[in-house]
Design a protein. Structure first.
Length: 149
């Protein structure tokens, strides 16, 4: 019997009709005790902060528990092309505590890594081959001296 988390069970029920996601098959494929969800996601149109949180959570958990304990699940989506979420092996000692710590950090502050977010934001606003800034004009405080696109 697999030990799936409540969030994973709820997500699988909600997405199984259109995605066919099977928790037991996912656990078997990765040789896991069960499937848990890290509550960070990203999609084709994600903002820099969403991508930074996703990549930070993936990197932190993979570094601490090994990349075999974490997997990305991707679902097709009619509006944004695809959605990705992180899953983890519920049988790995301490992994649930690490995931809960990430969730607690996000409740206190919306960014897991401000430096990575700033890198992604800068890259989004300043394509390498153009000498313009794509930051939104209203309320954006981009410190560059480039003309706005």
């Amino acid at each position: 019997m697999f030990q799936h988390t409540t969030q994973a069970l709820e997500s699988a029920r909600a997405t199984s009709d259109f995605s066919g996601w099977d928790l037991d098959a996912h656990a078997e494929e990765h040789d896991w005790a069960g499937v848990g969800l890290v509550l960070v996601t990203q999609h084709r149109d994600s903002e820099a902060w969403e991508r930074a949180n996703f990549d930070t959570a993936l990197a932190e958990l993979s570094e601490q528990f090994g990349s075999d304990s974490i997997a990305i699940v991707r679902f097709g989506h009619w509006a944004v092309g695809w959605v990705e979420t992180l899953t983890y092996d519920t049988g790995v000692e301490g992994l649930l505590d690490a995931v809960e710590a990430i969730h607690a950090r996000l409740k206190d502050y919306p960014l897991l890594d401000e430096c990575l977010w700033a890198e992604y934001e800068w890259a989004d606003n300043h394509p390498e081959d153009e000498d313009v800034c794509y930051a939104e004009a209203e309320g954006d405080t981009c410190p560059c001296d480039l003309p706005r696109a």
